[in-house]
Design a protein around this ligand. Sequence first.
Ligand code: FDA
Length: 455
Amino acid sequence: MERIDTDVVIVGAGATGLTAATRLRAAGLGVIVLEARDRVGGRLWTDDVDGATLEIGGQWVSPDQDALIETIEELGLATYSRYREGKNVYIDQRGEKRRFEGEIFPVPARTEDEILGLIDKLDALVAEIDPDRPWAHPDAKALDEVSFAEWLGTQTEDEEARLNIGMFIAGAMLTKPAHAFSALQALLMAASAGSFSNLVDADFILDKRVVGGLQQVPILLAERLDGAVRLGHPVRTIRWNPDAPEHGVTAVTDTLEVHARHAILAVPPILFSRISYEPPLPRRQHQLHQHLSMGFVIKVHAVYETPFWREQGLSGTAFSPYELCHEAYDNSYHGDPRGTLVGFVSDEAADEVFRLSAEERKARILESMSHYYGEEALHPVVYYESDWGSEEWTRGAYAASFDMGGLARYGADLRTPVGPISFASSDLAGKGYQHVDGAIRMGRDAADRILAATS
Ligand code: FDA
């Protein structure tokens, strides 16, 4: 067994772990980053699929994500805007396709009033929530005991309004059915992006992309760490001493032991329990970690010889709570003359299509895309489904959220270190929650806590 001695061992070479490592290194500490996969980036993965550059994981940057924007600038990466000229498409309950501009869907006037009323109500509630401490809201417990679906039901009897507002948080963000998470969890999701209005504004939330792909961020961070990242090293065991935290911690892989003063677990929280702890973690963490679970979404990429929808005056942006692909966008890659559409199939709809054969699933998904863009959408030259649910070191997409009641009950201890062990990942973030921005914030915070403790 190889042995390394260092100041901080970091488990996971995603945006969180690599940010923490960069900050600790800059402050003069020794770091080793142990990564299970044979690549860095975790949920950031830019790859070539049949000649097309695809963002298999995260890709968009929004203007409020200043930690991510700062990192992109520091690394000298260029960005470009998502294509958004022309009209958007909405499909209603009867399957009727309508073109529209702006954020509000072309629904009957009464439904539109209900949607606007709900957005105002949610914005007002979100303004009361501190994204870093949603459990501190005076009504946190009550809001965490009611599902988002039930809460919407108490606000309006208009089903189309409920479905549309639900879609922005459930299908588009937490990727769980609206009955499976609480109103408080929904408010955190919106507060993490500044407001609910920001979430419904596709031009805001899906604003920019990075030339070369967002995985450039972890790739360049890792390069600058110059030898500190060890790939293909799943951490199996963490040894620590609760009675003498100053004795530090040992992270054990199949062939390597890293002895350090501190450890940062920069992995999605559902994987905390994939590691054995000797001695075990405290009861609070044992319990807390069981109440977080991953959402589930299929990100579908379809590349066409030309961006044919643009010729029809369409932006590519499309929504419908009644469609298998509840949202879709023009996702053409910088410099590629071909056109790419990206569509999303979320939670229970994803379960349903994964029961089908690959061919049947592709046919169902493309048929749904064709409802937005016409028959040409049925014939992509490249087709790919990002399936993070079957990735051993992720197990879902986009990120983890609490089950009903979990956020108010356990949230305050989400980021509490245990002796020399810190927990960090985008799933634990307040601002930037579930996004790369949150990963960078969590990486910085974990590093700063260690620096404060060692100074
Ligand atoms: P991440 O999961 O990336 O990294 C953890 C690392 O730990 C992984 O590399 C994993 O292999 C490793 N690991 C796990 N267990 C281990 C063990 N025992 N030992 C060693 N290593 C271990 N965000 C955004 O800002 N804009 C967007 O457009 C999107 N879109 C999007 C689409 C899809 C399909 C996905 C899956 C995700 C997004 N996201 C996103 C979310 C974003 O990608 C995500 O929040 C961050 O990349 C998470 O970074 P972390 O470093 O926290 O975890």
